[in-house]
Design a protein around this ligand. Structure first.
Ligand code: PRP
Length: 180
């Protein structure tokens, strides 16, 4: 495994996911929720989060990618897969992402989803890196705000590895400085 240091333990993540779930239950009381899990990074967060939500949930998946195997966003968005076969008109849509970095991906997603005329459209991210923002996107629900670290674990990868770690960690910079 690549060198890394734990940033948020499994217990800390579980506690935060439970808190966000409670907030969602309050905010969407009496409503139904359409959760859109953005693959691949948010799959573990979304799986844990939806099980904390007590209002009725429909679960959808979208795969979108801008990073490839790089540590920096390429800035080019690719929509690779969508399980959204239903109409989102008048639905309460919650986009669940692992990380909000430059905001380029989320800005693209929001533009696409607004065209569906949902009743509401909100964003829930596990990690927020506000210092990296290039487009003014704000998340409605944030797990943890972090510095400009490359995070892995709990769904997040470095070159496709590390997603299955039970905690969130910071990748040691020596890993991506290798060969540069
Ligand atoms: C990551 C992450 C977001 C995006 C955020 O996806 O899941 O979708 O980058 O970056 P931005 O705010 O700078 O646009 P990635 O391309 O790594 O795909 P993955 O989730 O499949 O690992």
């Amino acid at each position: 495994m690549v060198k890394h240091q734990v940033l948020f333990s499994e217990e800390r993540i579980a506690e935060r996911v439970q808190q966000i779930g409670a907030q969602l239950n309050q905010d969407y009381a009496g409503k139904e929720l359409d959760v859109i899990c953005i693959l691949k990074g948010s799959v573990i967060f979304a799986a844990d989060l939806v099980r904390r939500i007590t209002v009725p949930v429909r679960l959808h998946f979208l795969q979108i990618s801008s990073y490839g195997d790089d540590v920096e966003s390429s800035g080019t968005i690719n929509l690779r897969f969508s399980s959204v076969t239903e109409d989102l008109v008048n639905r309460n849509v919650l986009v669940v992402e692992d990380i909000l970095d430059t905001g380029i991906t989320m800005d693209y997603l929001l533009k696409q989803l607004r065209e569906e005329n949902p009743a509401s459209l909100r964003i829930c991210v596990l990690l927020d890196k506000p210092s990296r923002r290039k487009i003014g996107v704000k998340a409605d629900y944030v797990g943890f705000e972090i510095e400009d670290h490359f995070a892995i674990g709990y769904g997040l990868d470095y070159q496709e590895l590390g997603r299955s770690l039970r905690y969130i960690a910071v990748l040691d910079p020596s890993e991506y400085e290798k060969g540069t």
